[in-house]
Design a binder for this molecule. Structure first.
Ligand code: PLP
Length: 439
């Protein structure tokens, strides 16, 4: 029998699992943000999910606002997706040959995204961006890459780079284990700053293979591209013979049926050369993709010389989950995502306003995040100027009330179309009470 909130701060079953996990898994987690490092406390070990709800090992129920960091756009264990997965699994798990379901998934992705002609399926967003960068380098015969501070593209060596001092310097490794040579090929620029991009190209245009950007960044909190920014990137890259890689791993099939491109429209200066996708297109299973124009994709092995491969790439069970998820992403689903985002952002603005808590809500489509500061956030420097400690208190106040937020103030609050009135009302009430508590 599930206990009701408010829940105690201690969670005995999760604490015991964490103790065991730490013996055999570094930090007890398989991806660092799950460890609650920036909010403190014991990460809750989940045992089951259904619709908008998750249950932890102590039997406590939470409204899930992480949604597996994006994939669970239909909520947990959606019946259509579960059925497709069972069917695919019954037909065998992996063949290492081309198979039918991967074709259906690729067709569905290409059909949805304007200008996209071909995709190669991979297993994670990291693999997608890593492969897109290799392809861009192979196509152009150049090695430098421009990325923006605060954009995350997975843990690819070349993309784990921090800005050096001053604009247009080559990057510094962001982690031990990333060689200076890998980060040194990366130019890290401030987001939304076209002048910095112009300058970098003026100085090193002949060396730059690609600019990679989150289509609409969600990894420093939500920071929409300023009007004309994406278009400017397209124009500048085209002028210098570099490729534009639009990372839609987070926005893809979430911001709209076609991701961010579907929402903003194809820039007047042209579509990006390459896209990366992940999260929603795998329906909660390991599937991701990169793609673009057929002429660029033809450079990949076996047609072309740029090598890229994977034992489980296009896995039939993951492809079935992704396809069933995309097929269930109807206009009603996107309308519901908007409604849920409306209700939650309104609640944050109202409650935080009422209790005098400095805040800024930013949103692209149904993707939104809450900054614990006032004023527009245009780049990573802005995003870092917020009250992370206060967020930590808010996080735990919400957790006690049965709402599981992303455990970091830099993350999107992910909603699903399964977030019904019950889940929304629970969350709205928790926001009001938690705001009062931390005021
Ligand atoms: N690109 C973006 C925009 C992301 O948000 C992420 C993950 O959060 C990635 C790439 C990496 O994807 P994965 O975690 O599947 O490797």
């Amino acid at each position: 029998h599930a206990p009701n909130p408010p829940y105690p701060d201690t969670a005995p079953a999760s604490e015991e699992l964490l103790r065991r996990a730490r013996e055999v898994i570094p930090g007890g987690v398989n991806s660092p943000v799950r460890a609650y490092g920036s909010v403190g406390g014991t990460p809750r070990f989940m045992v089951r999910g259904e619709g908008p709800w998750m249950w932890d090992a102590d039997g406590r129920r939470y409204v899930d606002l992480v949604c597996s960091w994006g994939p669970m756009i239909l909520g947990h264990a959606h019946p259509d997706v579960a059925r497709a997965v069972r069917q695919a699994a019954a037909d065998g798990f992996s063949f290492g040959t081309p198979s039918r379901r991967e074709v259906l998934l690729a067709e569905e992705i290409v059909r949805r995204v304007p200008s996209l002609e071909q995709v190669r399926l991979v297993n994670s967003g990291t693999e997608a961006t890593m492969s897109a960068i290799r392809l861009a380098r192979g196509v152009t015969g150049r090695s430098a890459v421009v990325k923006f501070a605060g954009c995350y593209h997975g843990h690819v060596d070349a993309l784990l780079a921090s800005a050096g001092s001053g604009v247009a310097t080559f990057g510094l490794p962001d982690s031990p284990g990333v060689p200076a040579s890998a980060a040194g090929e990366t130019i890290v620029l401030p987001y939304n700053d076209l002048a910095a991009v112009e300058q970098a190209f003026a100085e090193r245009g002949q060396q730059i293979a690609a600019v990679i950007t989150e289509a609409a960044p969600g990894n420093m909190g939500v920071v929409p591209p300023a009007p004309g920014f994406t278009e400017g990137l397209r124009r500048i890259t085209a002028e210098h013979g570099a490729l534009l890689v639009s990372d839609e791993v987070m926005t893809g099939f979430r911001a709209s049926t076609a991701g961010w491109l579907g929402l903003e429209g194809v820039p007047a200066s042209g579509a990006p050369d390459l896209f990366t996708f992940g999260k929603v297109m795998g329906g909660g299973f390991p599937a991701a993709a990169f793609g673009g124009r057929a002429e660029v994709m033809a450079m990949l092995a076996p047609e072309g010389p740029v090598y890229q491969a994977g034992t489980l790439s296009g896995n039939p069970v993951a492809s079935a989950a992704g396809l069933a998820t995309l097929q269930a992403c109807t206009p009603q689903v996107y309308a519901r995502l908007e409604e849920v985002a409306d209700a939650l952002t309104t609640a944050v603005r109202d409650s935080f306003g009422r209790h005098g808590i400095a805040h800024r809500v930013q949103r692209v489509g149904s993707m939104f995040s809450v900054f614990f500061r006032e004023g527009e956030v245009r780049d990573y420097d802005d995003a870092r100027e917020q009250d992370a400690q206060r967020f930590g208190r808010f996080f735990h106040a919400m957790l006690r009330r049965g709402v599981h937020l992303p455990p970091s103030c830099y993350e999107v609050w992910f909603v699903s179309a399964a977030h019904g009135d019950d889940a929304v009302e629970t969350t709205v009430r928790a926001i009001e009470e938690s705001a009062a508590e931390i005021a």
